[in-house]
Design a protein around this ligand. Structure first.
Ligand SMILES: [Zn+2]
Length: 108
């Protein structure tokens, strides 16, 4: 299991193996801008699919790094268009805010 180093400037993803992820250089090898480390299961859009790259950036900017999430024993599917993504972000953030505000679990 590894990660992908994603450059939103070049709109490219570079696969990394687990051992490499621990010492990863987060600079894009092509343009020199910063990349972001995402779950290896992310399917990067084609370079010219600007809508899907915009969608991925929107989700990443809101803290969704394409890690696995489950709800009711089913894997949560990430939205496939920007309108669904806006609703997904709003609902998910409201859910976590609710859980955090009502949680009786003490984090040590
Ligand atoms: Zn780049």
């Amino acid at each position: 299991m590894g990660h992908k180093r994603v450059c939103f400037t070049c709109r490219k993803a570079f696969s990394l193996y687990e051992y490499e992820a621990k010492q990863v250089n987060l600079t894009c090898p092509e343009c020199g801008h910063d990349t972001i480390l995402l779950n290896h299961k992310i399917r990067s859009p084609k370079r010219d699919d600007l809508k899907q790259w915009h969608l991925a950036k929107f989700l990443v900017d809101h803290g969704f790094l394409f890690n696995h999430a489950c709800k009711d024993d089913k894997i949560v599917q990430f939205p496939t268009n920007i309108e669904d993504a806006k609703q997904f972000v709003m609902i998910t953030k409201a859910f976590f805010h609710y859980v955090n505000s009502t949680s009786k679990v003490r984090v040590l």
